[in-house]
Ligand binder design. Structure first.
Ligand SMILES: NC(=O)CC[C@H](N)C(=O)O
Length: 444
């Protein structure tokens, strides 16, 4: 099987990699970027390395000094280099501590209305591939990185981060001090900011724009969710499947997913555990959902303030107790409100792949992938609701169960993508709840 690997232009001393470093580029390769590098073969796999330079032209991406700046609402101005699209955007800046999986983060619809600052200093090194998309586009307003890797090294990559962001109309800024900004966000809390490649706009104007932005009270779900119902049947590809329960499952269940900005891997994991999915818009009525005769209902992740989506909460209230329900992230927050609880905005939220949570029933600790800026207030919940998981960094509510209502919720991301798989068992638990409700034997 041969696959095509793309790389940005390389200068003489840069190394080319193919699943690990394989040697230095020759000087003839570095001076002749319109031709393909000779095929590299490793582990039986062949790859053709191509350059992104246009016909005959030798552009030097490492020499490009197109300016870009970030102005935060606290008045700080951060000069950097532009990549991706040109333009001016306003958003809430959050930092993500994941060491890998920038493509999944870029395409997570929950980041609409926000800018993601990656604390991992090297972003872009595995390029972009068509298989790791969590949705059809990039939803964040801008991507903030310390260093944009020009050298792309992955056998699945078909595009550079730069060209993908250009195509998506998303601004990238590199060469800014992401550590200093992260410390600032930790001290002051999430800050709004403006990123621009238009140097004619004054810092004062940009500051005014960033101060005028507020994600609180904004219903961003409507911007990212589907308009018409659709079916999803694809499980995790068999070569990646790791859960024994998913491998041995033979039964099929009809599950309706409310799309608040659903990530593809939630659907893949549910499909792996035997769920045939009908994905419906966020404002699909409870009555219409019940007409689909679901065995279970999923409330998905999604962007923005959970208290700004009262229609979702009302729908949820009508469905509680009818069939088993599972809420993930925004879905957890919507269910929390439907239970009678309240949500609040956190100082800088949780965004990363290494957050410890404790299962309050088993005391087991899971390392989880998280991405949220709001949380359910533990003290606002009725006594029938049990807190199933606690975040061990700050003691916030990370999961709930209301047994009589057949409801379970998780504030973080059991589907990972990117992140650890410790919490994947949540999908099996949801399916077990469905099985029990149908009078079937539970698989444990
Ligand atoms: N990933 C999500 O679903 C995020 C939920 C919500 N927008 C928050 O930031 O808390």
């Amino acid at each position: 099987m041969s696959s095509s690997v793309s790389c940005a232009q390389h200068h003489q001393h840069q190394q080319l990699s193919f699943r690990g470093r394989v040697g230095k580029t020759s000087s003839s390769a570095s001076s002749s970027c319109s031709t393909s590098f000779s095929s590299l073969s490793r582990g039986g796999r062949k790859a053709t390395l191509k350059c992104f330079a246009g016909e005959g032209a030798i552009s030097k991406p490492w020499d490009i000094q197109k300016p870009c700046k970030l102005v935060l609402e606290d008045g700080s101005v951060w000069q950097g280099k532009a990549f991706g699209a040109d333009g001016t955007k306003v958003g809430e800046v959050v930092f993500n501590t994941s060491l890998s999986g920038y493509q999944e983060i870029l395409t997570d619809p929950s980041y609409a209305g926000q800018f993601v600052l990656f604390t991992c200093p090297h972003i872009g090194n595995v390029g972009i591939n068509p298989l790791d998309m969590e949705s059809t586009k990039v939803h964040m307003g801008a991507t903030l990185v310390r260093h944009e890797a020009l050298n792309v090294s992955n056998y699945r990559s078909t595009q550079t981060l730069d060209s993908y962001l250009k195509e998506q109309g998303v601004i990238g800024i590199s060469d800014i001090d992401t550590r200093a900004i992260t410390v600032r966000l930790r001290e002051k809390g999430s800050l709004n900011g403006v990123v621009t490649t238009d140097m004619s706009i004054s810092d004062d104007e940009l500051l005014k724009m960033s101060k005028g932005y507020d994600i609180v009270g904004k219903d961003l779900i409507g911007e990212v969710c589907v308009k018409e119902p659709y079916k999803w049947v694809d499980p995790t590809a068999s070569e990646w499947e790791f859960a024994e329960k998913a491998k041995s499952n033979k039964d099929k269940f009809n599950v309706v997913c409310f799309d608040f900005g659903i990530k593809n891997n939630i659907m893949r994991r549910l499909a792996s555990f035997g769920c045939d999915l009908t994905v419906v818009p966020a404002n699909y009525s409870a009555e219409d959902v019940m007409k689909l005769n679901p065995d279970g209902i999923l409330f998905s992740n999604g962007p923005g303030d959970p208290s700004a989506a009262p229609y979702a909460v009302e729908n949820c209230k009508k469905l509680l107790g009818k069939v088993p329900v599972f809420g993930i992230c925004m879905g957890h927050q919507v269910l929390g409100q439907a239970f009678g609880g309240k949500t609040f905005k956190m100082k800088f939220g949780h965004h990363g792949g290494n957050h410890p949570v404790r299962n309050e029933f088993t005391q087991a600790v899971e390392i989880s992938a998280q991405n949220h800026n709001f949380a359910v207030d533990l003290n606002s919940l009725p006594k029938e609701v049990k807190v199933s998981h606690l975040n061990l960094n700050d003691g916030t509510c990370a999961g709930m169960v209301w047994e009589e209502k057949m409801a379970m919720t998780i504030q973080y991301h059991p589907e990972a993508s990117p992140g650890p798989h410790d919490s994947d068992n949540c999908f099996a638990q949801f399916v077990d709840m469905i099985r029990a409700n149908k009078g079937m034997a539970v698989s444990r």
